[in-house]
Design a protein around this ligand. Structure first.
Ligand code: SF4
Length: 193
């Protein structure tokens, strides 16, 4: 059995006005593998992050789920909090109950049910997560663009402008793709080649 900790964020009233966060935390506490569940005003704040770090130690958590905003915003924040609390950062999962729930619904009851579902999914996923280690490998700072039509040529130019060597290949003996087969282009009647 896993030991999952679940943290439900209010985001002030951003989430709490539409989702019954206390209820979500209560139901989350009864989910399979969940040994600790709570709600908090601002999970991304320092005290919010401390809550995660302390709970990992106090409840011997081996998985953490935060239900809050989009992972694009604070997944790195919470991964770091897990790491600082002694948990591999990839054992963390996030449920987006703000952008994908509170902000797009008006019915509090339905939004709360949806939040519970999103949390249940995140908990299930978290239990399947494996600890991973970050590594780095040397790479060749050179790009290969396959297809020398308009899109391929533009991509090659953009990558080259960014300062990287580009190899552009095409199966035809000439570049230009379909464009080069045209005579003139509307409305300027420029020679397409
Ligand atoms: S973690 Fe996200 S949802 Fe929670 S307070 Fe911070 S910004 Fe708002």
């Amino acid at each position: 059995m896993k030991r999952v900790g679940v943290f439900i964020c209010h985001c002030g009233t951003n989430i709490a006005a539409t989702v019954d966060v206390k209820k979500v935390a209560e139901v989350a506490g009864e989910m399979q593998d969940v040994v600790y569940a709570t709600d908090y005003q601002y999970m991304c704040s320092e005290p919010g992050q401390d809550l995660i770090k302390n709970a990992i130690k106090e409840h011997n958590l081996d998985r953490v789920v935060v239900a809050s905003c989009t992972p694009r915003l604070h997944e790195p924040t919470f991964r770091k909090a897990c790491h600082d609390g002694g948990l591999n950062q990839f054992l963390f999962e996030m449920a987006n109950i703000r952008e994908q729930d509170a902000w797009v619904h008006k019915d509090r009851e339905a939004a709360t049910v949806k939040a519970i579902d999103l949390v249940r999914s995140a908990v299930a996923k978290a239990t399947k997560n494996e600890p991973l280690e970050m590594g780095s490998i040397p790479i060749e700072r050179r790009a290969l663009v396959i297809g020398a039509g308009i899109a391929g040529m533009q991509a090659a130019i953009d990558v080259a402008d960014a300062g990287y060597e580009v190899v552009l290949v095409d199966r035809e003996p000439t570049i230009g793709g379909n464009m080069v087969k045209l005579d003139k282009t509307f409305p300027t009647l420029d020679c397409s080649a």
